[in-house]
Write a protein that binds this ligand. Structure first.
Ligand code: SF4
Length: 365
């Protein structure tokens, strides 16, 4: 069995570590690119959201590297995500790919089924080893998240442009190279030493923007056109409302790890504006915008793939949140037509507005 799973930012690092620790062969598809997207766009339904198209491209590229089993998360609820694994599998089968499909359904609703699938993937491994493997993957996700957060702090303050990005890549290499749980703490320490070596001006005034929206778009730099890096280069410190380890803790560990940011607070904040679950992260998008306003952020950017239903609901509510809380918001919708120049222009205009508002205390219309 040679397993492939779709790219979603740096998720590949933690799943690869976990599966290889459990002696499962993994095929990591090439990073998502224009080619990946073109493959997906060619074979996916036109109105499917961009994550489906990229997933499809990832699976097609991985098949050339020998992958034979695709692992996808399942889902339930108003958005289409729950169907995607099956739709992708059917498209690939029609195209002649011989993939075996394993869908990991959310544990809240299907714990027995999920455990059975884990056993199927990991074969003869004991539950004790499986748990250690999951813990190893989780600790890698935590390390990667912390490195990304440090990079988001350093970028707008770096003294020499580009040093943060180079340091981040070097630091990630350290974490990736740790192939056992025992080696991870030392690798993590080296990685943070690399990040600490980035010369920064801690007194430089920066703008702070919160990123909210659909999880895949927020986590996958190819989809969001590296928005965190672009904003960092414009002198903005970015906080992403969802990090992978937080999502794992909440949805797979059911909040077992304490002192982690949880989406519960955001959902509570959203109630005033949206009283029910709309699928995906629609509720969290609304609630996190309120939270960012309360925390004194200068602005919020919502990102969503074209046709994403939960985020369209949230998008229609954000103007009211913005008016009532005073935080400026901007929505960016991405699809295969999105160009880099357009995104940069919009980001620059938004950042200019926020800077002016900060300087003059002006209220934006
Ligand atoms: S959350 Fe949005 S982008 Fe993701 S599957 Fe659902 S509709 Fe598509």
């Amino acid at each position: 069995m040679k397993i492939v799973y779709p790219h979603m930012g740096y998720m590949w690092i933690c799943i690869k570590a976990m599966l290889e620790y459990l002696d499962v062969e993994v095929v990591v598809p090439p990073p998502s690119s224009k080619k990946t997207l073109l493959l997906g766009v060619k074979h996916a339904p036109e109105f499917a959201c961009m994550p489906l198209k990229l997933n499809l491209g990832n699976f097609m590229e991985a098949a050339e590297l020998g992958a034979d089993t695709m692992v996808m998360a399942g889902g339930c609820g108003p958005c289409r995500f729950g169907y995607y694994a099956h739709v992708e599998h059917a498209i690939l089968r029609d195209l002649g790919y011989q993939y075996q499909l394993v869908v990991l359904e959310p544990p809240q609703k299907h714990i027995g089924e999920l455990l059975g699938k884990i056993k199927h993937i990991t074969g003869h491994q004991s539950w004790r080893k499986v748990i250690n493997g999951i813990r190893f993957g989780y600790h890698k996700a935590e390390a990667v998240d912390e490195l990304e957060k440090t990079a988001n702090y350093c970028r707008p303050r770096e003294i020499k442009p580009g040093t943060t990005d180079r340091a981040l890549q070097a630091a990630l290499k350290e974490v990736i190279a740790a192939d056992t749980p025992e080696k991870l703490p030392a690798a993590r320490k080296r990685a943070f030493e690399i990040m600490r070596s980035v010369p920064v001006d801690r007194l430089r005034p920066v703008l702070r923007i919160g990123l909210v929206g659909e999880i895949y778009t927020l986590l996958e730099p190819f989809t969001n056109q590296d928005i965190e890096r672009k904003l960092g280069g414009m002198g903005v410190e970015v906080d992403r409302s969802i990090y992978l380890s937080e999502w794992i803790n909440e949805h797979l560990f059911l909040g077992l790890v304490k002192n982690k940011r949880s989406s519960k607070t955001a959902r509570e904040k959203a109630v005033k504006y949206l009283g029910h679950f709309v699928g995906g992260h629609g509720l969290e998008t609304v609630g996190n915008t309120v939270l960012y306003a309360e925390q004194g952020y200068d602005g919020v950017i919502q990102m969503l793939p074209f046709t994403c239903m939960p985020e369209i609901v949230a998008q229609s509510i954000l103007p009211r949140v913005s008016t009532e809380t005073g935080i400026p918001t901007m929505t960016l919708i991405v699809d295969e037509q999105s160009g880099e120049a357009g995104l940069v222009t919009r980001l620059e205009a938004f950042v200019d507005l926020l800077a002016r508002k900060k300087q003059t205390g002006e209220v934006l219309a």
